[in-house]
Design a protein around this ligand. Structure first.
Ligand SMILES: Nc1ncnc2c1ncn2[C@@H]1O[C@H](COP(=O)(O)OP(=O)(O)OP(=O)(O)O)[C@@H](O)[C@H]1O
Length: 252
């Protein structure tokens, strides 16, 4: 049963259809891939799911509840987390401070949304330490983000999103700028998070990573779903090969 679902989602910008009647689901405990050429509509679909973009048609469901009209902050507080293609970090703060601030922002928003002080929650410092350990960032916790490699800054971005205790996590090209070793470790981390029950949707151009992590892969091409299925089926799909993946002899 999908925790996050899009039904017939369409987004038009003037005469251009960026997302065209897309239906897909993301299940808890899995990593779901969303791939496709540049301009296929992947980020626009993410923006629609998180509430930054209003769909022209269609619905978004979280745990069976229609959230299509909820503002982004309400969706976030119902468990929808995301990271952005461009890093959105405070460069002059340390890794630990960046993560802690994300928790503070989430908690103050939660108080506003509920109009109360919120229930009993783990101490913010302890929660920050837990996320630092979980994401393998403890060794650089006190370094300024401006001084760490891009690959690890991407992990900080992920760690920040975890401070909101998401149920669904949308990751937009999280491996870009990472070394091979960093990508391998990042992949292991995503699998651990999924094994803990998180529903992860991954937009990524690193096809081997997508094929390794995902149980289901959706391929978008010019706004439409070209194919959906397990990695081995997607890799062998002639339409996907022609539109996006290519072959070893003829990589696209
Ligand atoms: N705010 C906007 N106004 C007009 N057109 C837009 C807007 N945002 C996206 N588009 C167009 O919608 C289409 C889909 O873009 P989108 O960024 O969603 O693709 P993408 O699959 O995420 O691409 P990439 O892999 O390059 O990030 C593109 O043709 C893009 O130019």
């Amino acid at each position: 049963m999908a925790l996050l679902e899009t039904r017939g989602v369409t987004v038009r910008f003037g005469g251009r259809t960026a997302v065209d009647d897309v239906a897909l689901g993301v299940e808890p405990g899995t990593v779901t891939g969303l791939i496709g050429p540049n301009g296929a509509g992947k980020t626009t679909l993410f923006n629609t799911v998180t509430g930054l973009q209003r769909p022209t048609a269609g619905r978004i469901l979280l745990d069976g509840t229609d959230i299509t009209r909820l503002p982004p902050a309400r969706r976030a507080h119902q468990g929808l987390g995301r990271t952005f293609q461009r890093l959105e970090l405070f460069m002059s703060l340390s890794v630990r401070e960046n993560i802690r601030v994300a928790g503070e922002i989430h908690r103050s928003g939660a108080r506003r949304n509920r109009g109360t002080g919120g229930g009993a929650r783990p101490d913010l410092g302890r929660e920050t330490d837990r996320v630092l350990e979980l994401t393998g960032l403890a060794d650089i916790a006190d370094q300024d983000v401006s001084g760490i490699p891009t690959g690890r800054a991407r992990v900080v971005e992920l760690a920040r999103s975890l401070m909101a205790s998401p149920r669904v996590l949308l990751l937009d090209e999280p491996a870009s700028g990472q070394t091979e070793q960093e990508t391998a470790e990042f992949g292991e981390l995503l699998l651990r998070l999924a094994a803990d029950g998180l529903a992860i949707c991954l937009v990524e151009h690193d096809i081997p990573l997508v094929m390794k992590l995902c149980s289901t892969v959706h391929v978008l091409d010019r706004g439409r779903l070209l194919a959906s299925g397990p990695p081995e089926q997607i890799r062998a799909d002639p339409a996907v090969v022609a539109a996006y993946i290519g072959t070893e002899e003829h990589p696209r």
